[in-house]
Design a protein around this ligand. Sequence first.
Ligand SMILES: CC/C=C\C/C=C\CCC/C=C/CC(=O)SCCNC(=O)CCNC(=O)[C@H](O)C(C)(C)COP(=O)(O)OP(=O)(O)OC[C@H]1O[C@@H](n2cnc3c(N)ncnc32)[C@H](O)[C@@H]1OP(=O)(O)O
Length: 282
Amino acid sequence: MIRSALSYPSKKNLVLQCLRRMSSLVSTSVSEVHPGVAHVTMHSPPVNSLSLSFCQELSQNLQVIHKDKSIDIILLQSDIPGIFSAGLDIKEFTQPKERLMEFWTAFQQLYIDLYGASQTTIACMEGSAPAAGCMLALSCDYRVMTSNTKAKIGLNESLLGIAAPPWLAQQMMDTVGSRVAELSLWRGTLYAPEQALAIGLVDELHENPRERALELAVAEFQKIPRQARAASKTLTRQKRLKHFHQERQADLEHFVNFITQDAVQTQLRGYLQQLAAKKNKK
Ligand SMILES: CC/C=C\C/C=C\CCC/C=C/CC(=O)SCCNC(=O)CCNC(=O)[C@H](O)C(C)(C)COP(=O)(O)OP(=O)(O)OC[C@H]1O[C@@H](n2cnc3c(N)ncnc32)[C@H](O)[C@@H]1OP(=O)(O)O
């Protein structure tokens, strides 16, 4: 579905037009909302879970925006009320080995494309962001979250009987510090907005994260020279990305070996049943 949120009469932009054509096929849309500022909107109901195709599409859109020199700020958002992203699509974990490899490779690529984006990126979270949903937010430069207490954010992988990959754990440590990250990871804590703000997992709470993110982008971030923003990002992220590229193949093998263990598969099936049971109780 195409979002025609091109509320600003910008110059013709072939790249964005091309993105809109691609986006009409699946579950992300891209629109320029202000000169230099693009919304990337996730809309894969019911919960924006990151399936293989969703990861690939989001990556593809980010790669095209990266090449578009007219865009210097990306606002990542969801159009599903109460949800930013439910994280990885758990059903993907039960697929055959070849598919698992393709899936994890696409997820790794999404991390590279978002965490490594040269543009300034802002996560506008109007709802929950567990696990890889939190990864999307952690990969952005700035996080604005709804103040609605129903929303939760964090790395809850341990509650599924699995663990976050090392590079995601590292993002958490870089953001909230080692000790808080350590406790959060083994407890699988999902934080309410005020708690997330208190530990520095998000940067701001707002009733309307989209409105606030656009205001920040235009009134604050665009006033900082673009090349200085990009260079500052390189300072803090280059080392992590280099390490990630070195470990990428090992990370893939580790994922497949880990996720295909019988005990892990049993845990995951149980977790999916819990989700279904919760829904039936509603
Ligand atoms: C040392 C070890 C090193 C390496 C290890 C290697 C590999 C391990 C890799 C681990 C990485 C994991 C990252 C992840 O992202 S795992 C996914 C974690 N996500 C969750 O736990 C979220 C679960 N969902 C929820 O909590 C809620 O759904 C949510 C709060 C998001 C929304 O709640 P709401 O009440 O609005 O909706 P529901 O009724 O719960 O759900 C609606 C339907 O959506 C389905 N659903 C929800 N989440 C997922 C998901 N993540 N994947 C697939 N499907 C999902 C849910 O079952 C409902 O489906 P239906 O019943 O309608 O069919």
